[in-house]
Design a protein around this ligand. Structure first.
Ligand SMILES: [Zn+2]
Length: 270
């Protein structure tokens, strides 16, 4: 079965196939993620080429097959997330988000909500919002697609909504300080990290502009989310490893871009 269809889509990944062809995975709004077989992509003036680059969205038109590979006939309204394409740090975060989408849903699983969520995350990143916060929100909210719904709204014992909290696997959610003693294996997470993850679990991307998180707290959030993923999701993506490593050289690289600041720092060190 196949049908001529058109849908908005976001490129998830692509790889070369044989000498001249490509297999491109596209997350379509109407039919979920699907693998497309593109013939002769390396030929000059292949009209589809710009629409198949990483971090691109478009309306893709072709034969959407119910099984096996699908085929593209044409594209329109191609939009590239240019900043993400051109910035190695943003590409790192963006790739990780797209890999999470790929891991979270089955082929052809209709999920327009996740489609829009992914689109918004990329738009925000492309507009210059904090990629780490965008990524953290994405990680927390996509947990549901992996079948995990921790309770972030209130203490699992007494229902408390204010104050310091920690995460407890035993209760499948947060515990207020009064009830920390009930679970010795609680995460012992930084309460500030739990505060932000609670916020991230319920926030929409159009409300993130004002959020500022200190570097130290970002690290604590990273730790908490890593612990959740380790316990509940258990996938180890190369792109995640890349952004973890990136943290160490991002700092060095960005410093050299600001000559004034680095020379000041040098003089105080000397
Ligand atoms: Zn409590």
């Amino acid at each position: 079965m196949s049908q001529l269809a058109e849908s908005k889509g976001i490129i998830l990944s692509s790889r070369n196939y044989k000498e001249k062809d490509k297999l491109v995975k596209i997350f379509t709004e109407s039919s979920g993620k699907m693998m497309f077989y593109i013939k002769g992509i390396h030929r000059q003036n292949q009209p589809l080429a710009p629409a198949l680059l990483p971090f691109t969205e478009a309306i893709y038109i072709g034969q959407f097959k119910n099984e096996g590979l699908s085929f593209l006939n044409s594209v329109k309204e191609v939009h590239a997330f240019r900043k993400i394409q051109e910035d190695i740090f943003l590409s790192g975060y963006g790739t990780y988000l797209l890999n999470l989408v790929d891991a979270a849903i089955e082929d052809r699983q209709y999920d327009p909500h996740l489609f829009q969520f992914t689109q918004q995350a990329l738009q925000r990143m492309d507009q210059g919002d904090d990629p780490e916060i965008i990524t953290n929100i994405f990680e927390i909210q996509i947990l549901q697609r992996f079948g995990i719904s921790p309770i972030w709204t209130h203490c699992g014992v007494c229902g408390e909504t204010q104050g310091k909290f920690d995460y407890s696997s035993k209760y499948g959610g947060i515990l207020c300080e009064q009830h920390w003693h009930l679970d010795h294996h609680r995460y012992h997470a930084d309460p500030r990290a739990v505060y932000f993850v609670r916020m991230f679990s319920a926030i929409s991307y159009d409300r993130i502009s004002g959020i500022n998180v200190k570097e130290e707290t970002k690290q604590a959030i990273r730790q908490l989310i890593d612990q959740l993923y380790e316990e509940y999701v258990g996938i180890h993506l190369k792109s995640k490893k890349f952004i973890d490593q990136m943290k160490s050289w991002e700092h060095v690289l960005k410093k050299t871009e600001i000559p004034e600041k680095s020379s000041n720092e040098e003089s105080t060190e000397n």
